[in-house]
Design a protein around this ligand. Sequence first.
Ligand code: T4K
Length: 406
Amino acid sequence: MSKGFAYPIYVTRPLLPDLNRLQAKMAEIWESKWLTNCGSQHARLEERLTGYLGVPCLSLFNNGTIALLTACQALGLSGEVITTPFTFAATPHVLAWSNIRPVFCDIDPHSLNIDPARIEPLITRRTSAIMPVHVFGHPCDVDSIRDIADKHRLKVVYDAAHACGVGLNGVGIGNFGDVTMFSFHATKLFHTVEGGALACKDGCLKENFELLKNFGIQDEDTVLLPGINGKMNEVQAAIGLLVLDELAAEQARRKRLIETYANCLRPVEGVSFYRDPIGVDYNGQYFVVRISEKEFGCSRDQVYEKLKEYNVFARKYFHPLCSDFPSYRRLPSANHANLPVAAQVAREVLSLPLFGELTTAQVEKICSILASFRRPLKAYPPASQGSCGKGAADSGPDAGKLISNL
Ligand code: T4K
């Protein structure tokens, strides 16, 4: 590929701990012959992460999705839960699997998180909770959400899949709401290959998580609850311990790259990005831009396709909106008339490559490739017939099975 990179540049790459250190860890596990069911690696990781996240209680899981499912079960959520359409599929799917109807609420045009001003009109007598997402790791308006939840006696379950290590005015992001879920998937800044956790303030709730993630088994003679298998195994936990050792350095590298992106893209008309307000300690999980077709002269879809020609694999997180999935698009709250901001944002967002191994020079090159696509508007026909690339079509099978009884 002469005009771009000679090798693919993906949106992310996992932080891989030193292989020799991993081998030593594996030898420890092999020696113990203890592979899962909450062994010593699990205990050590839980303790260290509780401190790192600054939360009162933490329970580890085999992935974030099962953790979120367990939170719904433990809190006894039912009926309807108000959430954002601008998230990964797992958020509404967890509700659907819990026989709960997701009610989609529009988002704030800056933070891209659920817009608290739009929540109250969606509350009905069936509403049991709000499930906001700290999307891309940027904190939600936690104070307004708490006020609404208190007023209507609703639970709040935060999906903080992207927000491991984020701080808000010196407080760990896992301290808001009733429960906060973190994802430790390989694509996350901190990871255990696959993994997740639930944070809460209440020791009794943590005990409930522990029971639920182990089939509801209390002891050899007692199975108290219909639980699930949500346990993180010893290999996952050991990898997590090693990744945790290297996290601060990875974050420092990513923060430098974010500054490079910001400096290079700030002057490019039609490209915008969000910076957290003062008081937010950002974790460096993503760098997301919005492409305004009107000002940039080229649509997000065209930019996405063109970047691939240069071996740059950005991602359209999160397009399509979850409310446009076949399983949900017939819900009244999924109507685009109710979600104007989310609908526009989903057409404009693009997650650019961000991981510690990238160099400043590579980021500068990605930015100059992207900026080179900019055209005075007249030079480009509308996106549907554009010369940059084809617009993505929103087609697919009709309403799916799962949602039919919601
Ligand atoms: N809530 C939210 C808001 C979430 O974003 C997620 C997950 C969840 C809940 C659920 O948490 P988990 O149950 O996953 O713990 C990825 C991740 O699989 C997913 O965890 C994540 N969100 C989502 C935003 O991104 P994909 O389908 O984009 O992943 P994939 O396989 O296309 O990977 C993206 C890029 O990462 C690849 O192009 C290259 C790189 N990569 C990926 C993997 C898996 C690697 O370099 N190595 C790897 O091993 O979903």
